[in-house]
Design a protein around this ligand. Sequence first.
Ligand SMILES: Cc1cc2nc3c(=O)[nH]c(=O)nc-3n(C[C@H](O)[C@H](O)[C@H](O)COP(=O)(O)OP(=O)(O)OC[C@H]3O[C@@H](n4cnc5c(N)ncnc54)[C@H](O)[C@@H]3O)c2cc1C
Length: 460
Amino acid sequence: MTTTRPAPRIPDFQGELIGPADAAYETFRRCFNRDHDQHPALVARCTSPQDVRAALRHARENSLGVSVRGGGHATAGFASCEGGIVVDTSPMKRVEIDTEARTGRFGAGLTWGELDAATQESGLAVTGGRVSDTGVAGLTLGSGSGWLERMYGPSAWNMLSAEVMTADGRILHADETENADLFWGLRGGGGNFGVVTEFGFRLHPVGPLLYAGMLLHPRSAAGPLTRFYRDFLEQAPDEVTGGIALITAPPEDFVPEEARGKPAVGVIVAYIGDPARGEDVLKPLVEWGEPLVRMVQQMPYTAVQRMLDDGTPTGVSEYFKIDYLPELLDEALDTAIAQVESVTAPMTQVIFCPLGGEMDRLDAGAMALATPPVKWVYFCLTVWWGDEGRGRHIDWARGFHTAMRPWTTGTSVPNFICPDEGARLRASFGPEKYARLVALKDRYDPGNVFALNQNIPPSG
Ligand SMILES: Cc1cc2nc3c(=O)[nH]c(=O)nc-3n(C[C@H](O)[C@H](O)[C@H](O)COP(=O)(O)OP(=O)(O)OC[C@H]3O[C@@H](n4cnc5c(N)ncnc54)[C@H](O)[C@@H]3O)c2cc1C
């Protein structure tokens, strides 16, 4: 139950404490996904590891549930809670880049837009999310799938170190040599083991200009276009990235008036390398058919990273189903195209993204993250405003997932698994990795203080 009493003071806490009586409460109690309407007792905006320690101690002494916030984007609403404390790491935005070593240390509170802006000053980048206001913390701990993954692997793979506050208030450094077991678990095991206050990443030369952009075709082209896209991408070098999306054409000026609000196919293209070479390589895709919109040109990498931002504006409600496809067979494409005919929320997006490249080469045993040997992943994100039609939209996404099941692995990664899918989470890690994660949980969080996440419960 929440009260309107002033937020309590917490000894040794230097950041901001926001309770239900504070004007800022309405903003900070919410997460990105408005479908979750939660009322924490307190939001502790932490500015340092010491603040995190003090907030966790306060939770322990007052028997409060703990939710940990990075960018607040978890679709499942984990960035807030009912009646507990939000340990908000978003004020921690330190950046330190070693351009020669191509490494960086980054505060856990950065968004990908902020991290990209900082690393691009030196022409460097690390794989980040496809939407710029997603948090570095949650995305990295739960996988980190983005446009750069075919070249450089997911964010978790690029993690070099982490500073972690454990449930009992210890600050641990974790990397390949120090607390290596914890480091392994943080790379894909989600927020189960502690509060990360800082990440170390390997950086790569990217941009600053890339040949990239988007095409929009009428939905009538979906059959041949999706097949062409699949065949093109499966032969393309690792530098080629992007996705093909079954969407409704947005009501934007750049879309011809007669196409706005009509079923369409969007194609995101990007070449992670020399822009002139990219123009050459992408030509067959860019010149395919008669698109309604062809906006492909040299653009900053930071703009590529923001290309999808408008598809999920702040304040929307959303629900997702995501799965892997070993092969993208014609039957799977036809099923997806048929399913989106009955979409209930016009802002819904079904995106197929190519994997392969570094995703096939990386040493999957070196991290908790499961990276199945598959060629494709789909993201089915249903998006709507307010409460109208909520049940129908969720049922539609579940129906899509079921209809696609003959061609999918049925697995995913923590970032994309709903809270009611504990069995799918276990299956996704596989028995060996899951057993190792439970052993880590027993060691670092036996009391399951960090339970409001894609939870791996301790064995006890
Ligand atoms: C519009 C949209 C687009 C997305 N696009 C992508 C994408 O392209 N690629 C991709 O991989 N994912 C994507 N996601 C999913 C996203 O990665 C996850 O939702 C992720 O958890 C968000 O991280 P966050 O820090 O913003 O979330 P939060 O809600 O703040 O945190 C999510 C969980 O992460 C953990 N966590 C957060 N901060 C910390 C911390 N400092 N220490 C320890 N644990 C912490 C906690 O367990 C928390 O419950 C997208 C989500 C949305 C809503």
